[in-house]
Design a protein around this ligand. Structure first.
Ligand code: GDP
Ligand code: IMO
Ligand code: MG
Length: 434
């Protein structure tokens, strides 16, 4: 013990990478338990900036063992590209371990992701196009390819044949694309086998034995609560379990061994891709007459790490924060990017929704209601002092302190750490996380 999970409390990009990196030197293992290279975590260490997609952020901490768990999906080309990029910058990646049960993203999964989005037209999800949804669909349909299949060419060929039987019909007859051959897929996957072999093991066993030895395991989520396939704004979600329950199924660490669940909450809200977003400031005369969305995007540098898309921006939403606290059983919150709110006369906090005249203090159960939710705001006075050098809560201006305390109260979870800049040290610790 202990096992600690880090979970996104909104729609992603809350600063999970920085939080993981912050704890890195005090943890022995960092596990990616869901998602694939749809994630984008930016970690800033001194003058160096790292953008990680598939590898857990713990890879940047010497001595920490990074693990890709069974719940993740692996694009092998991206894996080795990312490893090579880090090695070229002097990062030792030799400790990386990959679950034999993790599923592999095959080329046809990437094609399917793109053609399906095109086919959906106006109803598209706005996916990252990395093949994530189709790979998880194959897993659930029991026609997925797992890492361990790469070590038996006969089995691999059989499984690819099975997967392509229906897929080629769909690709050619519905989407008017060329059929994919079993040979090209098998050849591509087998080209990674020898490099992969030494990394592959039973990661569930590895992690539980580490906990038996009293070592510290950090479970790092990709995506976030509102993008979770069960608890998110379905169908505008990713296809994996990004909440604390997913941390267990995606790693093989049982719920009884989780000691702490840390939610990462940005001091405002962002979203990439399609889907409802009640507090969005979209530049329209009705919802955002003063162009605050653009201001947050600029001040917060809100452009996707993975696709470069501008992130949709809006005020903090404590209905969502409360929901994330409940769904994940959060024990602590890390409030990130408080510095981005500096210089505003007023900082609104969404405390509830108005849905066609009815007040909702909790997430509406009905999707249509959530689409119609109009935020009820409480206005907090802003601050103008530069807070990026503050290292204790007392150093923050009184109005910034009041903002943090009100978000904490409404979220129902203590705010243990506050981010005041992208760097490792630009952090205020109120309660230790490990
Ligand atoms: P993740 O996907 O949750 O890991 O988050 P991303 O890395 O995609 O996006 C968060 C961005 O905010 C990154 O560029 C971080 O360097 C940056 N960041 C994290 N914490 C802070 C903070 O407290 N203040 C500021 N200004 N930037 C931060
Ligand atoms: P991190 O880990 C923000 C969004 C996509 C799209 C939806 C489904 O950096 O927080 P997918 O390709 O997963 O099928 O796309 O989910 N999405 C993210 N948005 N941050 C992420 O990851 C995301 N990963 C997926 O934009 O709306
Ligand atoms: Mg991100």
């Amino acid at each position: 013990m202990p096992a600690i999970a880090i979970i996104g409390a909104q729609w992603g990009d809350e600063g999970k990478g920085k939080a993981t990196d912050l704890l890195g030197s005090r943890v022995d293992y960092v596990v990616k338990f869901n998602g694939g290279n749809n994630a984008g975590h930016t970690v800033v260490i001194g003058d160096e900036k790292y953008a990680l997609h598939l590898l857990p952020s713990g890879i940047l901490t010497p001595g920490c063992t990074p693990v890709i768990g069974n719940g993740a999906v692996v694009d092998l080309g991206v894996l080795f590209h990312e490893i090579d990029g880090l090695e070229a910058r002097g990062v030792d990646t030799s400790l990386l371990r990959v679950s034999a049960n993790a599923h592999v993203i095959a080329d046809y999964n990437r094609s399917m992701d793109k053609v399906t989005e095109r086919f959906l037209g106006k109803r598209k999800i706005g996916t990252t196009g990395r093949g994530i949804g189709p790979t998880y669909a194959d897993k659930m349909n029991r026609i997925g390819i797992r890492v361990q299949d790469l070590f038996d060419e006969g089995i691999l060929t059989q499984k690819v044949e099975g997967a392509l039987e229906l897929k080629n019909q769909v690709l050619t007859k519905i989407y008017n694309r060329r059929a994919v051959t079993v040979e090209e897929i098998v050849e591509d996957l087998l080209s990674y086998t020898e490099r992969l072999r030494p990394m592959v093991c039973d990661t569930g066993l590895l992690l539980n034995e580490a906990l038996d030895r009293d070592e510290t395991v950090l479970l790092e989520a990709g995506q976030a609560t509102l993008l979770d396939v069960d608890h998110g704004t379905y169908p505008f979600v990713t296809s994996s379990s990004a909440t604390s329950g997913g941390a267990c199924t995606g790693s093989g660490i049982p719920p009884t061994r989780l000691d702490r669940v840390i939610g990462i909450l940005k001091a405002y809200t962002t979203r990439v891709g399609e889907g409802p977003f009640p507090t969005e400031l979209d530049g329209s005369p009705e919802r955002d007459p003063r162009g605050m969305g653009e201001l947050l995007r600029k001040q917060g540098a809100e452009f996707g790490t993975t696709t470069g898309r501008p992130r949709r921006c809006g005020w903090v939403d404590t209905v969502i924060a409360r929901y994330a606290t409940r769904v994940n059983g959060l024990t602590d919150l890390v409030l990130t990017k408080l510095d981005v709110l500096t210089g505003l006369e007023q900082v609104p906090i969404c405390v509830a929704y108005d849905v066609d005249g009815t007040r909702h203090d909790e997430m509406p159960v009905n999707q249509t209601d959530f689409h119609h939710a109009v935020p009820v705001y409480e206005e907090m006075p802003g601050w103008f002092e530069d807070i990026s050098h503050c290292r204790s809560f007392d150093e923050l201006p009184a109005n910034a302190q009041a903002y943090v305390e009100r978000v904490e109260e409404l979220s129902g979870c203590r705010i243990s750490v506050i981010g005041v800049g992208p760097g490792r040290d630009a952090t205020i610790v109120r309660h230790d996380l490990v």
